[in-house]
Write a protein that binds this ligand. Structure first.
Ligand code: ADP
Ligand code: ZN
Ligand code: MG
Length: 479
């Protein structure tokens, strides 16, 4: 039986590290990449007798995320202890939220082939991150780094509304862009700032009951998430087709072998014995507090997109790509303010920049040049200083060794040849070397002109001004 007889059901639990300056219950910095155990204090190291104090910014950021994803905000909320033992969790419990999360009943809208679709959010709650075990070879043991312990997280839990790996990717991209726009998380997936637990099940089409799900933890790349879902769907269907049953279990996705494996760890003990944390007070939010945060929300991707369609006449597809990332969108707006050429900036972002990001698996936030430099590149073409084919090479250089486009052009001697005498020399040389094309053109084959211009471009290694070449060839051919 084929895969077409089954329906795929997916629900995501997304963890986003909040970009507050300090941790959730102490004043240690949250910055990524410090030497092990340098961002720690007695509180986040769980020394006996220490007391947590909730960082107000964490509540503010979580409420922001809730409002931006259409959630209801709880006026009355609290922190709970989730008890389990693991070496990266020195308190042997994680402070999280159980039955009174800060935000509930939201949704995120995604674009599908059949139009817009709402993915419902069950909840968003706040919690602390755990430390990190380092399994490099230290003479048989593992070492723990507590810099990450107490870094604030929001967990965003979706309803099982997602129906394919493409929808999962769309949903995650949309969520990521919203969090970037409201500036509550840098969402750097390679640094683990945004990671997803992916729950997958399948059922026969027409069934109303959900199938048993498996869960793949801590996935942090779009590519692996897509591959893992595809693999897991096929595996589950194979099991069911062979008359087997799916075990509810936690799996580990292995990128190298492209397979999932059962995982034995803390998740095996499912009884977390939640109870309210007695060291923390209840979280009560006033209408005014929530209203003020609502007022402070910036323009969200959907509204920016509408603006791009109307103001700059971008196509729906292009506007979608650019607004999918705050960084691309800021790059776009910043550049057009300077060079006043939305069409050109749009083209650069959609084609060459997107292609390079794709090829290098870079995130927009990692683009090493700013909107001013992109604007300069566009203006250099507009002014005729460089041709667009040279500009493509300049852009590659801007990615590899970031500096101003002018400096690159100077250093490389890439300035466009716009000198009439020089252009004429090339034209005459090419005409002489290609008598057949000249005859073809004179015999009515207009295409021959394109060939001749191409040859002249080759001769000048792309540096000749194409408009001038065209004009000069036409003049000479008419003689
Ligand atoms: P837990 O927190 O123990 O993992 P939850 O009931 O909170 O369990 O569910 C976690 C996630 O699993 C949610 O995103 C939910 O949408 C998803 N989910 C629940 N049941 C299924 C299912 N049968 N198939 C796919 N996803 C599911
Ligand atoms: Zn601390
Ligand atoms: Mg789960």
């Amino acid at each position: 039986m084929s895969r077409d007889n089954y329906e795929v059901i997916i629900g995501l639990e997304v963890h986003a590290e909040l970009s507050t300056k300090t941790k959730i219950f102490c004043s240690c910095p949250t910055e990524f990449g410090a030497a092990p155990n340098t961002h720690v204090c007695p509180i986040c190291m769980a020394m006996p007798g220490t007391l947590p104090v909730l960082n107000e910014k964490v509540v503010e950021y979580a409420v922001k995320a809730g409002l931006a994803t259409n959630c209801e905000i709880s006026r009355d909320s609290k922190n709970d202890r989730k008890n389990y033992f693991y070496p990266d969790l020195p308190k042997a419990y994680q402070i999280s939220q159980f039955d009174k999360p800060l935000c509930e009943h939201g949704y995120v809208e995604i674009d599908t082939d059949e139009g817009k679709k709402k993915i419902r959010l069950t909840r968003i709650h706040i919690e602390e991150d755990a430390g990190k075990l380092n399994h490099d070879d230290f003479g048989g043991g593992s070492l723990v780094d507590l810099n990450r312990a107490g870094v604030p997280l929001i967990e965003i839990v979706s309803e099982p509304d997602i129906r394919s790996s493409e929808e999962a990717e769309n949903y995650l991209r949309k969520l990521k862009s919203i969090l970037e726009y409201i500036e509550v998380s840098d969402c750097k997936m390679q640094e683990g700032s945004l990671r997803a637990d992916v729950n997958v099940s399948v059922r026969k089409k027409g069934d109303t009951k959900l199938g048993t799900r498996t869960e793949m933890k801590n996935m942090n790349s779009f590519k692996s998430i897509t591959r893992a879902i595809e693999y897991e769907v096929d595996r589950q269907i194979d099991v069911l087709e062979d008359g087997g049953i799916i075990e509810q279990e936690t799996l580990r996705w292995d990128d190298v072998s492209g397979k999932t494996f059962p995982m034995r760890d803390k998740e095996d003990a499912q009884d977390y014995r939640y109870f309210p944390d007695p060291d923390l007070v209840a979280i009560k939010l006033s209408e005014e507090y929530i209203e003020n945060i609502k007022k402070s929300l910036p323009e969200l991707p959907e509204s920016r997109k509408q603006r791009y369609l109307e103001e700059y006449k971008l196509s729906e597809k292009d506007a979608n790509i650019i607004t999918s990332s705050k960084y691309l969108s800021d790059l776009f707006e910043g550049a057009i303010k300077i060079c006043n050429n939305p069409k050109a900036v749009n083209n650069w972002i959609i084609s060459d920049i997107s292609r390079i990001l794709n090829e290098t698996e870079m995130e927009p936030i990692e683009i090493p040049f700013d909107s001013k430099q992109l604007a300069k590149l566009v203006m250099l073409i507009d002014k005729g200083t460089i041709s667009s084919s040279i500009a493509k090479k300049v852009l590659v250089e801007m990615f590899e060794h970031p500096r101003d486009p002018e400096d690159i052009i100077d250093e490389k001697g890439w300035v466009q040849i716009s000198d009439e005498g020089a252009i004429k020399d090339v034209v005459l040389k090419v005409l002489e070397a290609n008598p057949q094309s000249v005859a073809d053109y004179k015999g009515g084959k207009d295409k021959a002109l394109g060939y001749l211009v191409g040859q002249a471009m080759k001769e000048t290694r792309g540096k000749a001004n194409p408009q001038m070449l065209n004009k000069m060839f036409l003049e000479e051919l008419k003689k």
